[in-house]
Design a protein around this ligand. Structure first.
Ligand SMILES: Cc1ncc(COP(=O)(O)O)c(C=O)c1O
Length: 369
């Protein structure tokens, strides 16, 4: 791993894009003393988010990881169950399953995409399998036609991890609208943010009701301080929701900026021998949450960029390779991506000059070494 943290940073790998609109919304919330989870911005964000995605219900929580965990809990995932997911993901996807006492079952990525390879899913299905959790990594939609077909054939739930893909589409349909439920992260580096936060989308009323209860200690509707289950406080604050409302208004703009970044980088870097990119697959609308590529001598390149004030990040270290999961199966592509991938500065508001500097320094690294 490159020791990139020891140098001063000029260009961050990702930062929130905050305008006057966000500032005004948050200041108004404070002035109105709307700060807790029961204040109006939370409900307003839920309604607006559900409407934006054309879904019936949205449930706001305090993180993307909480969204995944609560959804699995509410859908009745229990010890002994297995949930299929890509190995190439962030730990929250697997952790949500583990926290239910169930077992995450990992599938390799494909040669063309860092997302789950649908052709390798069926061999991992057992009598214990309850669900598939596709992850739309870095803003690229999974091959949902194939995944939904497999789920239907084997009677499995689909829960989309849409943490990194706000606004992405597959065959014209928004990610987060395919499965029984979908989970978004609004962490500060995501395409839209509430600081920390997450959202669950579903068309299932019963599931929504359960989620609303267990995100807040499962207070009984009739008798306060009466609890039918032992639940959690995983609620979103109204300050975060106020920020999120402004960000949601700007979501299309933020997505277009991310896509423009990707186009610019792709164009600027395409002639450097040895680099490999992940262009938009057919029938998809990628949102390029982070612009990623595979680079020879990745760690040296990252160190060189860091020395020049440019912060980058490695791709995920796949879940099968983590000592906490330690699956010795064949994960050729997840391993390859994990070992060679890096993400370039990708904030929505990164300037042309900053992108040019990143491109120049990458060119310089390969020209001089
Ligand atoms: C694919 C994926 N799933 C889940 C999460 C968890 O989101 P949060 O950090 O909001 O808990 C993340 C966060 O980065 C993520 O990238």
């Amino acid at each position: 791993m490159p020791s990139v943290n020891k140098y001063p940073v000029k260009i961050r790998v990702c930062e929130p894009d905050i305008s006057e609109l966000e500032i005004n919304y948050v200041v108004d919330a404070i002035k109105n003393k709307e700060i807790s989870s029961i204040a109006s911005p939370v409900g307003k964000l839920e309604d607006a988010f559900a409407e934006k995605f054309g879904m019936k219900y949205a449930v706001a929580v305090n993180s993307g990881g909480s969204a995944l965990f609560l959804t699995l809990k509410a859908l009745g995932i229990v010890p002994g169950d297995e949930v299929i997911m890509p190995s190439f993901t962030m730990v929250a996807t697997a952790g949500a399953v583990s926290h239910c006492g169930a077992t995450p079952v990992f599938v390799d990525s494909s040669e063309k995409s860092f997302n789950i390879d649908p052709s390798k899913i069926e061999e991992k299905i057992t009598v214990k399998t309850r669900a598939i959790m596709p992850v739309h990594a870095y803003g690229e939609p999974c091959d949902m036609s194939k995944i939904m077909d497999i789920a239907k054939k084997h009677n499995l739930l689909v829960i989309e991890d849409t943490a990194e893909a706000h606004g992405a589409k597959y065959k014209g349909k928004l990610m987060g609208t395919f499965g029984e439920a979908s989970c978004f992260s609004f962490y500060a580096n995501k395409i839209m943010t509430t600081g920390e936060g997450g959202m669950i989308l579903t068309n299932n009323y019963e599931l929504t009701d359960k989620l609303r209860h267990i995100r807040g200690y499962d207070f009984d509707d009739e008798k306060h301080f009466w609890h039918k289950t032992i639940a959690w406080n995983l609620r979103m604050s109204a300050l975060g929701a106020a920020l999120g409302l402004a960000q949601l208004k700007r979501l299309d703009e933020l997505v277009l900026k991310r896509r423009a970044n990707a186009k610019y980088y792709l164009n600027g870097l395409k002639n450097i021998p040895g680099l490999r990119f992940f262009p938009e697959p057919l029938n998809t609308f990628c949102v390029f949450w982070m612009f990623g590529l595979l680079a020879p001598r990745r760690d040296e390149l990252m160190e060189y960029l860091a020395k020049n004030g440019i912060e980058t990040r490695t791709f995920f270290i796949p879940m099968h390779a983590q000592p906490i999961y330690n699956d010795k199966g064949d994960f050729k592509w997840a391993d390859h991506y994990g070992a060679n991938g890096l993400q370039l500065p990708s904030a929505s508001h990164i300037t042309k000059e900053q992108k040019d500097e990143v491109i120049e320094k990458i060119k310089e690294f390969y020209a001089n070494s």
